[in-house]
Design a protein. Sequence first.
Length: 129
Amino acid sequence: MAWGNFVLDSGFDAAAAITKFRAVKLSAAGTVTPVTAITDVIVGFEQFGVSANDITRGKGASVRAMGITEAEANGAIAVGALCTLETTGQVSTYVGASGKRIVGQCVGHPSTNAGDRISLFVTITGALA
């Protein structure tokens, strides 16, 4: 299975440095920034990463808003598991009544450790767990 399969990737300005394969949220019209809370409403997942130096040179963020993306896991995640948001922009296995935003489902490449990448079917308008 492929790592990713885009339906909609979109370009945005970056308000701050963004780590590859982590969730981002809107900070202004046409601008994204890393998530900072487990309840943030995401716009998608950064595909390439943007450093502070990149921003000064005019590089923007490429964000996967729909489809299957690589996402950085915060721990073990099994295929089929719903995934929720961490304050770092990583994803974790859904735990009921955690108050975290549901951001998708692991559809391939399960993780065993923090920092592993999974294939995530993105749900940008996910409910709170």
